[in-house]
Design a protein around this ligand. Structure first.
Ligand code: OOG
Length: 249
């Protein structure tokens, strides 16, 4: 085991992302604390920003039991969302530049300048672990920006105009066939808990929580492999919030 060189590990993950070639888990060869892992994540985001990408928000991961069980990691984690990860609602995503993408149904919030949630929308996230076989430990996945790859957000609605978010049915369908169903209750017991969780993790680990940030609250269900067949479509519907859809290009 060797002590981590934060910049070198970030560069390794960055190269894996850019070339769509998976790598071995960092914790197999390095002793990586959670603090080190968030430092690797920060260095990776700094490299993206240096190439002209912009930070647009923060995401949570492993906020549902289904996800914790699927991945074998039980701690809630946070990562950074950038402009280049965004897919427009109804837009098309190319799977070629990804390694083994999976898709998850989510709820997104938009914060005001004071950091309070003001709007909500149905959302989906495409995750793509840069590690071989999509296997990792806590420090690996944190260093890998919590597998963040792409995300799409449906129409924003003022929080004041939507039903109580405590228990809204959430359905993810692929080519019209239901792939996963869950409830917003599966996200931390109530998806609005994501806001205080994001604030806490951002403070503790130095994530950038910009004014107007998008917050992805974490998946309500297990993730499913993204179809690789062109013109397949993925939709996420959240009762009372509407739906978001993407097409595979
Ligand atoms: C880690 C990221 C999980 C979520 O919503 O639970 C995540 C992973 O499963 O690769 O984003």
């Amino acid at each position: 085991m060797t002590n981590p060189n934060i910049e070198a590990l970030a560069a390794r993950l960055d190269a894996a992302t850019r070339t769509a070639n998976s790598i071995a888990q960092l914790t197999l060869s390095h002793t990586l604390t959670l603090e080190d892992a968030y430092a690797v994540q920060r260095a990776g985001i700094a490299a993206r920003v240096a190439r002209g990408d912009g930070v647009v928000g923060v995401k949570l991961g492993l906020t549902s039991r289904a996800k914790a069980i699927q991945m074998g990691v039980t701690e809630v984690i946070a990562g950074v969302l950038t402009e280049s990860m965004r897919i427009a609602d109804g837009g098309t995503v190319a799977v070629g530049p990804m390694i083994h993408p999976r898709v998850e149904p989510e709820v997104a919030f938009r914060l005001d300048a004071a950091g309070a949630a003001i709007e909500v929308a149905p959302a989906l996230e495409i995750i793509d672990s840069r590690y071989r076989d999509f296997k990792f430990r806590l420090a690996d996945v944190v260093a890998d920006n919590t597998s963040a790859a792409r995300f799409a957000v449906g129409a924003w609605r003022p929080l004041a105009d939507v039903p109580d978010l405590a228990d809204l049915e959430t359905i993810m369908a692929i080519d019209g066939v239901v792939a996963e169903t869950g409830s917003t209750a599966d996200i931390l017991g109530h998806p609005l808990r994501a806001i205080e969780t994001v604030q806490r993790l951002s403070r503790t680990h130095g994530l950038p929580l910009i004014p107007g940030a998008i917050v992805l609250a974490g998946a309500a269900t297990a993730a499913v492999p993204l179809p690789i067949v062109p013109l397949s479509n993925v939709t996420v519907s959240v009762t009372g919030l509407g739906r978001v859809a993407i097409t595979i290009g």
